[in-house]
Design a protein around this ligand. Sequence first.
Ligand code: AMP
Length: 722
Amino acid sequence: MKNILINVLGMTCSACSNHVEKYLSKQKGIIDVSVNLVMGTALIHYEDDLDIDTISKYVNDSGYQYGGIYKLDDEKKDHSEKYLIIFLILLIIMMYISMSHMIGLPFFDIIKYSSIYTLLLFILTIPFLIFGKDILIAGIKNIVRKSPNMDSLVSLGVIASFIYSFINMILIINGNKDLLHHLYFESCSMIIYFVKLGRVIDYHSKEKTKDAIKDLVRVTPEYAVIKTKNGEKKITIDEVKIGDILISRSGEKIAVDGEITKGEAHFDESFITGESIPVKKKINDGVLAGSINYDGVVEYKALKIGPKSTISEMVHLVMNSLNSKMKITRITDKISSYFVPMIILIAIITFIIYLILGNSFNESLIHMVTVLVVACPCAIGLATPLAVVTSIGTLSKNNLLVKSSEILEVIPKIDTIVFDKTGTLTNGKLEINKIYNYSSYSKDDLLNIISNIENNSHHPIAKAFKKYLKNGLEINNYQELSGIGVKGKINNHEYILGNNKILKNIANDKQDDEKELLNKGNSIIYVLEDNNIIALIGVRDTIRSDALDTIRKLKNKNFDIYMLSGDNKITSNIIGKEIGITNIKAEVSPKDKIAFIKELKNNNHCVIMVGDGINDAASLVEADVGISFKSSTDIASNSANVIITNDKLKEIMTLIRISNKTVKIIKENLFWAFFYNILMIPIAIGLFKNIKINPMIASITMMLSSLTVVFNTLRLRRDKDV
Ligand code: AMP
């Protein structure tokens, strides 16, 4: 059996990816297929005698296109962004041409040159239709599939306005100048432009998520050092075979999952296990690909390579979560699913009734199209994207980088917030938590002595002291006491720092203080000066300064709060207790974290996950909203929807507040966008004998709805409270 990951082009929704998956899995020689919509890829397991050409033929036969074998650095650029500026200029020109005569700005006499005026607007609209053809096609496809969405509403409005304006253009050229105000070409262009703008914003968020997977793959090094009979040799990771003996030195990453055969060292495995402190590994202990060797030389036997490795499993988890995340429906899609069929129905009924009442086919048709045109709120194209763009701007001023705009609509539904512990609620590194100083030295001088000695040590604990080093002291007879601590002489005084094993034969009357430190989750470092205990130092991962306050505020707002940790139960419970979180799940793997979030979602909870490590990446994607920090690992920040740029937990409150306000404004915008136009429908149908459809009034209501939307949205920027 062979595996291949290929690009599949042309898939736009989950129906497409399901179709490709089903079609391919039925073909001869294909054993199993998994299609990923976000990545635009298909992972295919196939029999040895099948070749790539046949696979590419299968993909093309399924109705989509084979896009070659997937490469990590495939650069697929969306050019819409570049075009947006050109089209904005074009849109401003169109607006000027069509509006200038209404507000008295200089332009040529449109009555005299009516044909040129009409043709000009028509020609300028064509590029917009081409620019937005993907939206128009998708919109019509969704109407045919009986699941109209925002695209359908846009397509209907654009196509109806365009056809109506086109017919009127022909009539104007033939001399009917009364119809000059019956042109809606600029509305078509404007709707397409704003919907495209929204698309570009969303495209970028998806690209970021793809980066997360690329980063995850990059966690493992490209090379490994193999031990051979003739010495050491550097080989690429693909050349490593199961059973090879590889060598790892301090500062290097482990290349493949394996087992230590010689030596010992501390390894940072926080990305998989969430354990905050590097763990010591010796002969027969397992090591994980991607973990960092802190301080030793080890030889290890390669056990799991390629798709079976732990890191590949994590890539798989992230990919699976991505697919399930695509189901968010926007408010506009929901409204459109009711609004579109209703308008189509009203338009058809109008057409039939006009025919029954004895009107000509042409006249009945014109009434039908008028209903469609008037019902298409030009402002709907504006309502959501404008609010989203404004809100994203306001959020970024408040230290929040929002990558996928859909989540703004999801946040008001959130009822549960899940926090990772290490690096999220805590600072993620060992720090001095408490000092009991029994010596005559000041605290600073004591710390300076200790730091000078620890400065020679590579042990993870030593890092907690290095920042307290003030002035260099001469150290004599420095010595590492393996598994115990370190020792050295300063000014003829001997200092020993380490765990309680250094206390052998030494009087210890500090039991109360020891107990206090242990109860608070500290590891104790004993400090001896000439065999007397002069200090006890508690080191531990410390709590973020604003964690307590943030959790309290979130609880006051009735959110359910959970803490997940790969760390042990004792440490997790101590931290949870200090922060005020009672729902704690300790000793969980990345897989358990995802399962937990899935379970919450299955029980109809809407979930935010806050995390910072590689081991949180998949759960950040799985949650309805993933939040990470600027200082987090690249993979976590690429997997998250929101990044807190000042690394402050309290910004979660800001995010929730601004998102709530944004959704309120989007709803108001949509109300106004629809309100004016719905008001016009009875008039367009011709229900009122005395008020015939007046195109001037129609365009004024359209403008009013757009202006209302713009001013309503600007409140998002002005409001100091947000
Ligand atoms: P190890 O087995 O090397 O992780 O060390 C076991 C214990 O020895 C640690 O948990 C510390 O309590 C102590 N220790 C080792 N190195 C140091 C150091 N540089 N400073 C203080 N304590 C240390």
